[in-house]
Design a protein around this ligand. Structure first.
Ligand code: URA
Length: 228
């Protein structure tokens, strides 16, 4: 992504306000809730997350990874947590999975103007392990604030962890992917995680890649329907 694109998300005015946020508001324990309405911009969330120690992931991060894409996108895509490249750059889905994700979105004409991309946990789990339920819970307040600020119509959940954390669905992703779930006025769809597609290269009918192609087309159709 060109560095200028970040202006969308963290405008210069936003960053100036965010650095003025009262440091005593920065939660240091997962037991302290993050009230709805705490943040007025992604830049404020970024400042807090980079100082956050609500869970142990804060001890090993290089950068908290907040999001990329359009700050008022119609579609939000939620992954699991940052990997190494994301931890180094502070941007979500910029490694191999992210490159595939961008291609999948581009295949139906979706760009960063249509999508805001973020994760369940903002800091990298060591060795790229899955985030624990406690870590996902500790970080949930930030994600709920991101959803409130972006106000997307559609939320795509990549992989079982995102699906479980936001919808409470414990079934395997293979069973539920591609189905629309309505919750609190938004449409959610669980989809495969791009890392899973990288491990399953077949494009045959019924393969994970083929199923993802069906799902992303449904997403585009739904978006067109909502917008027209
Ligand atoms: N995988 C994720 O779930 N999120 C990222 O940001 C990168 C890889």
């Amino acid at each position: 992504m060109a560095s200028n694109d970040q202006i969308d998300l963290f405008s210069i005015a936003d960053v100036a306000t965010a650095t003025a946020v009262d440091p005593s508001l920065i939660p240091t324990s997962a037991k302290v809730p993050i009230p709805v309405g705490t943040y007025s911009s992604m830049a404020e969330i970024k400042v807090h997350c980079n100082q956050c120690h609500r869970c142990e992931l804060g001890a090993t991060r290089t950068h908290a990874v907040i999001g990329r894409g359009h700050a008022n996108a119609s579609i939000m895509l939620v992954g699991e947590g940052p990997g190494q490249t994301e931890d180094e750059t502070g941007l979500p889905f910029v490694g191999k999975s992210g490159q595939l994700l961008d291609k999948i979105m581009a295949s139906v004409g979706l760009t960063e103007a249509d999508v805001f991309i973020c994760n369940i946990v903002k800091c990298r789990p060591p060795e790229n392990r899955n985030p624990s339920i406690a870590e996902a819970d500790a970080c949930m307040g930030y994600l709920l604030e991101q959803i409130r600020l972006v106000d997307p119509k559609i939320i795509l959940l990549t992989g079982a962890i995102a699906m479980r954390s936001l919808l409470g669905i414990k079934q395997g992703i293979t069973k539920v992917r591609g189905e629309w779930v309505e919750k609190e006025g938004r449409l959610y769809m669980p989809i495969f995680h791009p890392a899973y597609l990288l491990r399953n290269q077949s494009r045959e009918k019924g393969s994970p890649k083929w199923l993802m192609w069906q799902d992303i087309q449904s997403v585009k159709e739904k978006l067109d329907e909502i917008q027209n």
